[in-house]
Design a protein around this ligand. Structure first.
Ligand code: ATR
Length: 283
């Protein structure tokens, strides 16, 4: 029940109507008997500054940030967590004495993968070089990956990300070409992660960048897309006998990490999973 003491949390983005995050967070608050509510705020680019100032003024305690504000919002925060600063994007804000910015996207993906395979010492290939790729590649290296290879349609973007990663972490990171080089590198890769929108609803029949003939049984394949649950890439992985991880895992774990930042408590995975189940069935 909403009371005079209920604290507000939420999501800012444009659009926000289709998000399934409120189901997770509100179930988490209920689980811990916390007097919080999680709502969505449709915020346009012109209003982003006022939204952050307004949230502070209205004593909002925490926000998630989604497309298209993850980068722009950083200007309006007081402090930014080191990883988020290196990633160059914020998806979680905590309103404390100062306005704090975090990024839980990379951690979400890494935790999803760690459920089936240890990242430590692994060779990872990431498709795409946008915001999600930046978050996941940084976090993979911080979590002990041995090598990260970035394959992107626009090679310059992959090169620039590889440079940023090398500057910060001085690890084995390279940009590779989509095509023969990708095919060759996949032969002894441990983990493949798609961060491009290829195969996302409504383009479910779009040909994935990697097909089953390029995969092997020991490979773990993760798609950050969760609609559809089984993307073209994951179908190919299943055909090749590889292990698959759907985008829902990342969504749940990034949510768990945000929830922890705001409340200091870790909601059980099954609470979030159960809250999402009816929504996932509709996908
Ligand atoms: P996000 O923030 O979700 O990562 P993004 O920053 O728009 O989204 O990045 C999307 C990535 O998917 C980009 O690397 C993009 O490649 P380009 O750098 O060449 O634009 C990649 N991408 C999008 N559509 C693609 C397609 N049809 N084929 C190959 N790569 C694609």
């Amino acid at each position: 029940m909403i009371t005079g003491k209920t604290k507000i949390m939420g999501l800012i983005g444009d659009p926000v109507e289709h998000t399934i995050s409120p189901y997770m967070h509100n179930a988490g608050f209920k689980h811990f008997n916390m007097d919080y509510v999680y709502v969505t705020f449709h915020v346009t680019k012109e209003n982003l500054k006022f939204a952050i100032e307004g949230a502070r003024a209205l004593d909002v305690r925490g926000l998630n940030v989604t497309i298209p504000h993850k980068i722009e919002v950083m200007k309006y925060l007081d402090v930014i967590q080191e990883t988020a600063w290196h990633i160059g994007a914020v998806n979680t804000i905590k309103f404390a004495d100062e306005i704090e910015g975090y990024n839980t996207d990379g951690l979400g993906a890494v935790r999803g993968i760690q459920d089936v395979k240890s990242i430590k010492g692994s060779k990872i290939i990431i498709l795409g070089a946008g915001g999600a790729s930046r978050a996941i590649s940084f976090q993979s290296l911080l979590s002990g990956a041995k090598q990260v290879l970035i394959a992107n349609r626009t090679r310059d973007k992959a090169l620039s990300l590889a440079l940023d990663l090398n500057d910060y972490l001085n690890k084995d990171v390279r940009a590779i070409d989509i095509g023969e080089e990708l095919k060759e590198e996949l032969q002894d890769a441990d983990i493949l992660i798609n961060t491009t929108p290829i195969g996302m609803y409504p383009n479910v029949d779009q040909e994935p960048l990697v097909t089953s003939d390029m995969m092997h049984e020991g490979l773990v394949v993760n798609d950050v897309i969760y609609n559809p649950l089984e993307t073209g890439l994951l179908r190919e992985a299943r055909l090749a006998g590889a292990k698959t991880i759907t985008g829902i895992k990342m969504l749940i774990y990034q949510g768990i990490e945000s929830f922890k930042i705001w409340t200091g408590r870790e909601p059980p995975m099954d609470v979030f999973e159960e809250a999402l189940a009816p929504e996932i069935k509709k996908l």
